[in-house]
Design a protein around this ligand. Structure first.
Ligand code: DAK
Length: 266
C-alpha cells in the first residue's frame, strides 16, 4: 500500500490523512515533543470520532514524530492550575478519554519518548507498535504528580503490579525491548519501517468485517472491566450475535468454497 507522505510541521495540532480504509492521525507539536495540551487533545478526539463515524474507515492509527510519540501532559500549561481550575474544566475527563468511545481498532505507532500522558495514550490504544527508539515511562513522580490518565490502572493490567509500581514510583523508563518483554507493546520494528508496518497492520485489520472487529474489541476490553464469568458470558453473547451477521456466513462459506471472502461490513 502507499505510505502517506510524512506531514510537514505546521500549526495544526494533529494532521489527519487516510490510506484506503485506514485513518491516520499524526500528533503535531514537534517542538514541544508533542506535549499534550487542550488544543491537541480536542483535535485528536475530534479526529478519532470522525474516523469512527466514517463507514469507509476500518482502523485508525495514531502516530507521533521520530523524537517523541508524546512527552506527556503539557507541563507549561498545567504549572499554575489550581484544584478549582481542574475540577471546573474536568481536566482529563473532558477531552483525554474520547479515545475510549472509539469502537474501531486503534493502533499506536510509537517512536521516541512516550512519557506520562503520552505513555497513557499509547496504553489506551488497542495495539501498540514500537520503533526500536521508543521509550516508555510514567515520570510524574519527579513532578510530585501522579499518572492521571489511567496510568495507575491500565499499566498494572498490562504489565503486572511489580513492574508497574517500579515505573510509577521510581520513574523507571523502559526501552522498546523491555516494553515488548513485559507486554506493554504488541510488536517492535525498526524505526524506519514503523509507520509503514503499522499502516500495513492496520490495513490488514481494516480488511476484516467491521462488526466482527467491534465485537472482538468490545469483548477483549471486557476482560479488563468485569469478572471472568461476566466476561465469558459477554463473549458468548457476542459469538451468538455473529450468527446474525452476513459477513460471518460469508466468511465461513468462503472458507468452504476455498475463495477469498467479500465482506460488506454487515
Ligand atoms: N510539557 C511541556 N513541554 C515539554 C514537555 C512536557 N511534558 N516535554 C518536553 N517539553 C518541551 C521542553 O520544555 C523543551 O522545550 P524548549 O525548552 O525547547 O522550549 C522541548 O519540549 C524539548 O524537550 P527537552 O529539551 O527536554 O528534550 P530532551 O530530549 O532533552 O528530553 C524528555 C526529552 C522527554 C526526557 C524530557 O523533555 C522530559 O522529561 N519531558 C517531560 C516528561 C514528563 O515529565 N512527562 C509527564 C508530564 S506530566 C492530572 C492528570 C494527568 C496528569 C497530570 C495531572 N490530574 C488529573 C490533575 C499527567 C501528567 C503528565 O503527563
Amino acid at each position: 500500500m502507499d505510505t502517506p507522505t510524512p506531514p510537514a510541521a505546521g500549526a495544526a495540532p494533529v494532521l489527519v490523512e487516510r490510506a484506503g480504509r485506514v485513518g491516520l492521525v499524526t500528533l503535531n507539536r514537534p517542538k514541544a515533543l508533542n506535549a499534550l495540551d487542550d488544543a491537541l487533545m480536542d483535535a485528536l478526539g475530534a479526529a478519532l470520532l470522525a474516523f469512527d463515524a466514517d463507514e469507509g474507515i476500518g482502523a485508525i492509527v495514531i502516530a507521533g514524530g521520530p523524537k517523541a510519540f508524546a512527552a506527556g501532559a503539557d507541563i507549561a500549561a498545567m504549572v499554575d492550575w489550581t484544584i478549582a481550575d481542574v475540577e471546573r474544566d474536568r481536566f482529563i475527563t473532558r477531552n483525554w478519554e474520547t479515545i475510549r468511545r472509539v469502537r474501531k481498532p486503534v493502533l499506536a505507532a510509537v517512536s521516541g519518548w512516550a512519557m506520562g500522558g503520552g505513555c497513557e495514550l499509547a496504553l489506551a490504544c488497542d495495539i501498540v507498535v514500537a520503533g526500536r527508539s521508543a521509550r516508555f515511562g510514567l515520570p510524574e513522580i519527579r513532578l510530585a504528580m501522579l499518572p492521571g490518565a489511567g496510568g495507575t490502572q491500565r499499566l498494572p493490567r498490562a504489565i503486572g503490579k511489580a513492574k508497574a509500581m517500579d515505573m510509577c514510583l521510581s520513574g523507571r523508563v523502559l526501552d522498546a525491548d523491555e516494553a515488548d518483554r513485559y507486554g506493554l507493546v504488541s510488536r517492535v520494528v525498526d524505526d524506519d519501517r514503523l509507520l509503514e508496518e503499522t499502516l500495513a497492520l492496520a490495513t490488514a485489520i481494516a480488511g476484516y468485517s467491521l462488526p466482527a472487529l467491534r465485537a472482538i474489541k468490545e469483548s477483549v476490553d471486557r476482560a479488563y472491566e468485569s469478572t471472568l464469568a461476566e466476561g465469558v458470558l459477554f463473549e458468548r453473547r457476542q459469538l451468538y450475535a455473529r450468527f446474525a451477521s452476513e459477513d460471518a456466513h460469508e466468511g465461513m462459506r468462503a472458507f468452504l468454497d476455498k475463495r477469498t471472502p467479500s465482506f460488506g461490513h454487515r
